[in-house]
Design a protein around this ligand. Structure first.
Ligand code: ZN
Length: 177
């Protein structure tokens, strides 16, 4: 396909056009100060026993001995049929929101993306799934795949979700969005 051929990113060029976005700090602050989750429930508190607990605000693992919240999160602005809500982890005490500048190397992804693969899925500017855009993607191909998807006019942003449990991890935007 022509699109694929022309949009295949080169190190240091195409990669710079996209950025990872964590949960907005306002959402995290709401939860840290006792606010209810997307289902109107109080977040549950647990103690991490090590790996496998990705915080959706700092996009780092919640290390053994750190407390964290489990809660229902809806990473969409409003209720509508495609506004999937699901479980996420969040540090219990305030952490610093992930900043795109933390990616030192062009091909690097946030620390929490440590599994072999993830679902990448495109959404429209009305927050609907763009059918055909979703695919399990090897972690090493996330930057390339996201760049391809965000080159399309019908895709406004991309969700990164776990490949096995479909849990929301973070979002990928065009830089400057
Ligand atoms: Zn955190």
């Amino acid at each position: 396909m022509t699109i694929h051929a022309t949009m295949t990113p080169e190190i240091g060029s195409g990669f710079a056009e996209i950025s990872f976005a964590a949960m907005p700090t306002a959402d995290a602050q709401h939860l840290w100060t006792g606010g209810a989750d997307a289902y109107g429930l109080r977040p549950e508190t647990f103690l991490s026993d090590g790996p496998g607990h990705p915080c959706r605000h700092c996009l780092r693992n919640i290390e053994a001995g750190e407390e964290f919240l489990i809660l229902a999160y809806r990473p969409f602005p409003a209720l509508q049929p495609y506004a999937e809500t699901g479980p996420i982890f969040l540090h219990r005490t305030p952490c610093r929101r992930y900043a795109a500048e933390e990616i030192a190397m062009p091909e690097a992804v946030p620390q929490i993306l440590s599994s072999p693969d993830y679902i990448l899925r495109g959404y429209s500017d009305t927050d609907r799934i763009v059918y055909g855009s979703g695919a399990v993607t090897a972690t090493g191909k996330i930057m390339e795949r996201a760049t391809e998807l965000l080159a399309r006019a019908d895709i406004a942003y991309v969700h990164v979700r776990s490949a096995r449990n479909n849990c929301y991890q973070c979002r990928i935007d065009r830089r400057g969005r």
